[in-house]
Design a protein around this ligand. Structure first.
Ligand SMILES: [Fe+2]
Length: 185
C-alpha cells in the first residue's frame, strides 16, 4: 500500500479524481472521450453486479492515458495501469486493470464473432498488442473470469450520450476499496 499518512487515503482519492478529470477531451480513436469511456465502463460493471474492486478496475483500466500521470503513451497502457493502481488499491485492482488487453487477445482467439464486435480502433491496436492469443500467465489467474467481464464492459462503453455514474460516484467506490485494503494501524 501507499505509505501516505492519511489512513483513508484521501490524497490518493484526490489524485485519482484529478487523473480521471484530466481524461476529458482525450480521444483514442473512439466516438467518446476517455473520461466518458471510464465512467461508462464503471456503470456497466455496476449494472452487472460487480464488486467494488472490479468496478474500480473497470473505471480505471485506461487511467494510464491520463495526461496528469505523464506516461509516454505507447502500447503498454495495460501494464502502466497495473503498476500505478497496485500500490494504491491492492493487487487485485491492479491485476484486473492490467489484464484488459490480454482479455481482448483471448476473446479474439477463442470466441467466434468477437472480433467483429470490436471497434475499428480496438482492431487497429490488436496487432501492436500481439494479436489473438491465449496467455496462460493470465488465464490461470483466479480473477481471470472477472478480467473477461471487465473486457466486455470496456468494449460496450463507447456509446455517445449513454448514462453513466459521475467521477464522485467512482471516488466513493475508490474510498470503500481503500478502507477495505488498507491495514488499520
Ligand atoms: Fe478501454
Amino acid at each position: 500500500m501507499n505509505d501516505d499518512s492519511d489512513a483513508s487515503g484521501e490524497s490518493v482519492l484526490i489524485e485519482v479524481a484529478a487523473a480521471l478529470r484530466s481524461l476529458r477531451g482525450v480521444y483514442d480513436g473512439e466516438p467518446i472521450d476517455e473520461l466518458d469511456h471510464a465512467l461508462q465502463s464503471a456503470g456497466r460493471a455496476m449494472d452487472d453486479g460487480a464488486d467494488d474492486e472490479l468496478i474500480l478496475a473497470a473505471a480505471l483500466h485506461d487511467i494510464a492515458r491520463s495526461p496528469a500521470l505523464g506516461f509516454p503513451g505507447d502500447c503498454a497502457h495495460d501494464r502502466e495501469a497495473r503498476d500505478w493502481l497496485t500500490p494504491r488499491f491492492g493487487e487485485r485492482v491492479g491485476w484486473l486493470a492490467g489484464a484488459h488487453v490480454a482479455a481482448k487477445r483471448y476473446l479474439v482467439a477463442t470466441e467466434s464473432g468477437y472480433a467483429a464486435t470490436l471497434s475499428g480502433q480496438s482492431i487497429a491496436t490488436l496487432d501492436k498488442q500481439g494479436g489473438a492469443a491465449v496467455d496462460a500467465e493470465f488465464t490461470g489467474h483466479p480473477s481471470w473470469p472477472d478480467a473477461v467481464r471487465l473486457r466486455r464492459w470496456d468494449d460496450a462503453a463507447k456509446v455517445p450520450g449513454a448514462q453513466a455514474p459521475s467521477v464522485d460516484d467512482v471516488i466513493a467506490v475508490a474510498r470503500r476499496v481503500r478502507l477495505a485494503v488498507t491495514p488499520t494501524p
